[in-house]
Design a binder for this molecule. Structure first.
Ligand SMILES: NC(=O)C1=CN([C@@H]2O[C@H](COP(=O)(O)OP(=O)(O)OC[C@H]3O[C@@H](n4cnc5c(N)ncnc54)[C@H](OP(=O)(O)O)[C@@H]3O)[C@@H](O)[C@H]2O)C=CC1
Ligand SMILES: O=C/C=C/c1ccc(O)c(O)c1
Ligand SMILES: [Zn+2]
Ligand SMILES: [Zn+2]
Length: 368
């Protein structure tokens, strides 16, 4: 006999006896409201974390609005989770109570496939995302818009002391997601010219990492003229191209060794691919709700590469945090209270954030 909703809930309650408070969306309106969520007891390989901050990634907005048609409601988003360890399981050696730790985009994998074996967990076909995924026990994962998370130690990273948690939380997704492919493909390497499409959460951190890598030139390609001055005066970009300005796009054509594409909405790739030098690479990170189209000539002409990249491995994420601490890279954040999260989502949808909202979970998300 198929389990009913009540038997499934009872089973989850038994497996997950702890109660946490979170923020959940119950439908594609994306409206977030308080919810009590079950959390598992701290297992032998687990780390229990008191959440202090959680970044708001555009993937959170895509998911609660069901842009990708994969929402498992109620969705508790959040995969830029920063906090302190409260308890560790008996097999956990690398973490102790009081440690400053984070959880990013994934909380489990199959641990046996080629990707897992080579430390590329982010490419495991059975990766379990921090939220909106089914874990191996069948429970739906719920993310860091909550006051407590319990995660396997394999998927927990440590914040260097030099990184304050509020500005470091967005590095767990935005930072890791741009750092990993930029390193893998040499984007932003010394002597190179790198372009960044989309000056948002991922984009502004990509500019900072390119600067820190020693890029010869960093160009922001943006739909927002209002971001020009800040990109040039404060974020460290050398040039700013307004993508809606044909003359500016023409002047930049054929000048870039690589481009990091973080656009969150569907846009023709052709004008952007034209910015690449011959044999240039575009790394596609943005996940619009509609498929992208590309003509063969846009890639064949010039021998250009279009490559996707998904999140980052745990080792790449820890390497990125250590690099960021050493080179003074952190996110530009607007810290908000839990009660402001719906207004923040509306602003994020309009690109009205400089450049990452971060929820002050520790001080503002509490059980009634
Ligand atoms: N591949 C992966 O593993 C990951 C993918 N993502 C995805 O990356 C995307 C960006 O995430 P995030 O940085 O948090 O989002 P943000 O909303 O912070 O930034 C996205 C930026 O894209 C630009 N943009 C928006 N619409 C358009 C458009 N029509 N054409 C061109 N540019 C546009 C805007 O920049 P501007 O105003 O300068 O034009 C905007 O600020 C999302 O789709 C997210 O789901 C996120 C993390 C991991
Ligand atoms: O925002 C970070 C993660 C995005 C993402 C990667 C892979 C996948 O299947 C998703 O649903 C989201
Ligand atoms: Zn994300
Ligand atoms: Zn695997």
């Amino acid at each position: 006999m198929a389990p009913t909703a009540t038997t499934a809930a009872a089973a989850e309650q038994q497996q997950h006896p702890r109660k946490a408070v979170g923020l959940a969306a119950h439908d594609a309106s994306g409206h977030l409201s308080p919810i009590r969520i079950p959390r598992r007891s701290t297992g032998d390989d687990d780390v229990a974390i008191k959440v202090l901050y959680c970044g708001i990634c555009h993937s959170d907005l895509h998911t609660i609005k069901n842009d990708w048609r994969n929402a498992i409601y109620p969705v508790v988003p959040g995969h830029e989770i920063a906090g302190v360890v409260t308890e560790v399981g008996k097999n956990v050696a690398g973490f102790a109570a009081g440690d400053r730790v984070g959880v990013g985009c994934m909380v489990n994998t199959c641990r046996a496939c080629e990707s897992c074996e080579e430390g590329a967990e982010n490419y495991c076909a059975r990766v379990v995302l921090t939220y909106n995924s089914r874990d191996r026990d069948g429970a739906v994962t719920r993310g860091g818009y909550s006051d407590l998370v319990v995660a396997d130690a394999r998927f927990v990273v440590r914040f260097p002391d030099a990184l304050p948690l509020d500005v470091a939380a967005p590095l767990l997704c935005a930072g890791a997601t741009v750092y990993a492919p930029m390193q893998r493909h040499g984007l932003g390497a010394p002597g190179s010219h790198v372009g960044v499409i989309g000056l948002g959460g991922l984009g502004h951190v990509a500019v900072k990492f390119a600067r820190a890598f020693g890029a010869a030139k960093v160009t922001v390609i943006s739909t927002s003229p209002g971001k020009r001055e800040e990109a040039l005066e404060r974020l460290g970009a050398d040039a700013f191209v307004l993508s809606t300005d044909a003359a500016e796009m023409k002047a930049a054509a054929g000048t870039m060794h690589g481009i990091v594409n973080t656009a969150s909405a569907a846009a023709s790739l052709h004008p952007y691919l034209a910015l690449l030098k011959p044999h240039g690479k575009m790394i596609l990170l943005g996940i619009p709700d509609k498929p992208l189209q590309v003509s063969a000539f846009a890639l064949i002409g010039g021998g250009k590469t279009l490559a996707g990249s998904c999140m980052a491995s745990i080792s790449e994420t820890q390497e990125m945090l250590d690099f960021a601490a050493e080179h003074g890279v952190a996110a530009d954040v607007e810290v908000i209270g839990a009660g402001e999260v719906n207004a923040a989502m509306e602003r994020l949808a309009k690109g009205d954030v400089r450049y990452r909202f971060v929820i002050d979970v520790g001080n503002t998300l509490k059980a009634d």
